[in-house]
Design a protein. Sequence first.
Length: 317
Amino acid sequence: MKKRVLSALVMIAAVIGAFAFRLIPIYGVYVFDLLIGALAIVSALEMVKLLDGMKINNSPMAIGVYPSLMFAGHMFFFLFNLEFYWWVVIQASILVFMFLVTYISYLFDTKYLIRLRKQTNLSKGKLAIKTALGSLIAFIYPTILFAAFMMIDRVDELTFGFVEHFAGNLGWLMLVCAVIIPAIPDTSAYFCGKFFKGPKLCPKISPKKTVAGSAFALLFTGLIMGALYYLFNVFTVFNTGMAATHIYMWHFIILGLLGSVVSQLGDLFESYLKRKANVKDSGTIFPGHGGFLDRIDSHIFSAVFTLVYFAMIFIIY
């Protein structure tokens, strides 16, 4: 328990430090992007452990390289101030490129690959395609999902009309929401579940989660996000933008309710993968908590949902 609490304090300090670096003029955004890129690499490599546990062929080298290329493509997009569709084209091209490189690299007759084919009893072509497809899983989860955090961080630089109304602060608003939303149900569900007990939510996947804890987390997150709306309105840099883009309290409440569901699904998805891989944690970097992927599984789902949710609000209005 002592190690778990200490690890939690270290993680909280790391998050505060990351936000503090983000405040540094000009260079802060690059430091934050580098942090997200580093987290994507570590989390992708932790995914290798889960894939190996599930007996899914994969290329650890390709899985480790892909986040770096994704990050480079992201930086290239913003450095040259391209139209948004170019971001999609660049990232899709990198994904296809890495898939093909992984496939082709496993067609060579190296000593390692010859030995691997004998061990797996697979032909050259079957091993290549299975490895490429297995690696593609890690390219998508968790790596591509980290792109949502990268996009939120730079959303103020996009050439969309609604961003201009926020005078360069929409990214901060979305970033805070994406980070806070998963933390609320994670904590409230734990304590409520311990107090009320009751039937389990998904006993085969996550035995400690209860229906009562999940329901309370849903309502509590909606209430907290409603209160957060008023907190944002205290700061002029946010309330002007929210008024100009028709963002009201009920938007934040719905964001909290749906975001809580998405975050809990992200947590359950990671638990499902660990069950399939027959491992307790994806890593060991945080004593008592596991690896990076164990801690940010719900956050990357939250980031994707937050990005899509705000985009839908702006499209509708």
